[in-house]
Design a binder for this molecule. Structure first.
Ligand code: ACO
Length: 428
C-alpha cells in the first residue's frame, strides 16, 4: 500500500503521497498541494526540495557516500577512466569493449572546432576569465550546429551533440587559456588520449616538442572522474532548468558553466589557492585566519570548507588528499602551500566552531593544490572542474529530456507593496 503524509492547514487535513527512492530516501510529493489548498511550500536555496527523480547519482551526505549509477566513487576513481565514467553516466551502464572503443573514436573524430571559432576567441581581450570564454565558446556551438535548436530531433542527432560536447570541451578550454596568454592556439592531437590531448593543447609551444607526462595525465583523469557528477547541485540544476525550456544542449551546458563559475560553487578551488597564498604571505599565522572565518562581522570564510550536503566528510576530498600526496611525491614537488593546507585542516577539524557546524574540507580544498602541482594555472582551476562535470551535465540534461519533465518554474511568496495608485512626477 502506498504511504501518505497528512498536512493540517487551518483545521483542514490534506493527504500527500509519499515517494520512496531505491535507497529508501523518502519525499513528500507536494505537486498538487497548491491546487488542493492554495498553499505553496517555501524553501529558499532549495535546501529541502527534491526537484526531480533521478537514476544517475546517489549521494548520502551524512555517511559520505557518492555513487555513479550504483558504482562507488572510490572504486571508479581507482579502476576506471574518465571516458568510461562519462559513458556510464550518460548511457546508464558500463560500456563493453567495442562500445567503449566506438565512443572513444567518435570523440576523437570531433575534437577539432570550426575555424570561425577563432574569430570569436579573437574578440575577447586577454584579460577575459577563461570561464567566461569557455561558456561563450560552448554556447556558440548553437550557431555552428543549428539543428541542435530543434527540441524534437532524432536520437542520433542528440548523440552527435553529446559527442561534440565531450570532444570539443578540452579544445575550447585550452584555447581559452591560450587566449589569456596571448599565445597561438594549438590544434588537438588525436594520437593522444583525452587528458594528454588536453595537456598538449594547453602547454605545447610553437616549434618545441611536447611530450605529456603520464603521471600528470593519470592524475588529471582521476580528478575529472571525481568531478563528473554530483546530482542536483547549483550548476546541474541550472542545466536542467535551462534545458527544461527545450533550449539546446549547448546553451543549457553553457548556462551550467556560468553557474559553476561562482566562488561558492566551482570557483572555490581557485579561491582556496588565493586564500592559502594570502596566509603564507601574511606570515602563516593560521590561528588569525581561523578567527577571521569565525568572526560573523568578517565576510571571510574558509574556502574549501563546508558543503551543502556532506556533513561528515566529502568522499572526494579523501581520495584527492591521498592523490595529492602521491602526485606531489612522484613529481618531487615541495609546496609550502601544502603545509599550510594541512595545518589549517588540522586546526579547523579540532575547533568547536567547525565541529558544531559540521564543516569539513570539500573536494575543492585539495584539488587546487594538485592542479597547482601539475602546472595548471589558478585561473584554469574552475575550467578543469567544468571539463570534469561535463558528462554529468550531459547525463542530467538527457535524463530530464527523456523523462519529459515540465518547464522549471518555481513559485514565490510576494512580500512587496500592496496595490497602490500611480503618483504623477509633479506630485512626488
Ligand atoms: N567558513 C566559515 N564558516 C562557514 C563556512 C566556511 N567555509 N561554511 C559555512 N560556515 C558557517 C556559516 O557562517 C553558518 O554559520 P551560522 O550557523 O553561525 O550562521 C553555518 O556554517 C552554515 O553555513 P551555510 O552558509 O548556511 O551553509 P550552506 O549549506 O548554505 O553553504 C557552502 C554551503 C556554500 C559550501 C558554504 O559552506 C561555503 O560558503 N563554503 C566555502 C566555499 C566553498 O568551499 N564552496 C565549495 C563547495 S563544494 C562545491 O561546490 C564543489
Amino acid at each position: 500500500m502506498s504511504k501518505t503524509a497528512e498536512l493540517n492547514i487551518d483545521g483542514k487535513t490534506y493527504s500527500l503521497p509519499i515517494f520512496t527512492g531505491t535507497e529508501d530516501e523518502v519525499a513528500i510529493d507536494i505537486g498538487k498541494l497548491r491546487d488542493q489548498s492554495g498553499v505553496v511550500t517555501l524553501d529558499p536555496g532549495y535546501k529541502n526540495t527534491g526537484a526531480t527523480k533521478s537514476a544517475i547519482t546517489y549521494l548520502d551526505g551524512d555517511n559520505g557516500i557518492l555513487r555513479y549509477r550504483g558504482y562507488s566513487i572510490e572504486e571508479l576513481a581507482e579502476k576506471s577512466t574518465f571516458i568510461e565514467v562519462s559513458y556510464l553516466l550518460i548511457f546508464g551502464e558500463l560500456p563493453g569493449k567495442d562500445q567503449l572503443q566506438r565512443f572513444r573514436d567518435d570523440i576523437k573524430t570531433h575534437t577539432l572546432v570550426h575555424e570561425d571559432v577563432k574569430k570569436i576567441l579573437d574578440g575577447f581581450p586577454s584579460t577575459a576569465h577563461p570561464m567566461g570564454v569557455l561558456a561563450s565558446l560552448f554556447c556558440s556551438q548553437t550557431a555552428f550546429y543549428p539543428e541542435s535548436l530543434d527540441p524534437n530531433r532524432a536520437s542520433e542527432s542528440v548523440y552527435l551533440s553529446i559527442i561534440r560536447s565531450l570532444a570539443k570541451m578540452p579544445t575550447f578550454a585550452a584555447w581559452a587559456y591560450k587566449n589569456a596568454l596571448g599565445h597561438p592556439a594549438n590544434y588537438p592531437d588525436n594520437s593522444l588520449e583525452y587528458c594528454s590531448r588536453f595537456m598538449k593543447m594547453m602547454f605545447a609551444l610553437p616549434a618545441e616538442p611536447y611530450q605529456p607526462d603520464p603521471v600528470i595525465s593519470a592524475a588529471i583523469d582521476k580528478l575529472l572522474i571525481l568531478h563528473a557528477d554530483h546530482e542536483q547541485n547549483c550548476s546541474t540544476s541550472t542545466v536542467r532548468m535551462v534545458g527544461s525550456s527545450q533550449a539546446s544542449i549547448y546553451s543549457s551546458i553553457s548556462a551550467g558553466i556560468n553557474a559553476l563559475w561562482g566562488p561558492l560553487h566551482g570557483g572555490a578551488n581557485q579561491e582556496v589557492i588565493v586564500m592559502l597564498e594570502s596566509i603564507v604571505k601574511d606570515g602563516g599565522n593560521i590561528d588569525k585566519w581561523i578567527a577571521k572565518a569565525k568572526d560573523k562581522n568578517d565576510p571571510f570564510r574558509l574556502m574549501g570548507f563546508g558543503h551543502r550536503v556532506y556533513k561528515n566528510f566529502d568522499p572526494r576530498a579523501k581520495i584527492i588528499k591521498k592523490a595529492a600526496d602521491d602526485v606531489l611525491g612522484k613529481l618531487g614537488v615541495k609546496d609550502p602551500i601544502l603545509d599550510v593546507a594541512r595545518n589549517l585542516e588540522d586546526i579547523a577539524l579540532r575547533d568547536p566552531y567547525f565541529i558544531e557546524r559540521k564543516l569539513y574540507p570539500n573536494v575543492d580544498f585539495y584539488s587546487g593544490i594538485i592542479y597547482r602541482a601539475l602546472g595548471i594555472p589558478v585561473e584554469m582551476f574552475t575550467v578543469m572542474f567544468a571539463i570534469g562535470r561535463l558528462p554529468g551535465w550531459i547525463a542530467q540534461w538527457k535524463e530530464m529530456r527523456e523523462n519529459k519533465e515540465p518547464i522549471g518554474r518555481p513559485r514565490q511568496i510576494y512580500t512587496g507593496q500592496k496595490e497602490r495608485a500611480y503618483v504623477p512626477i509633479t506630485k512626488r
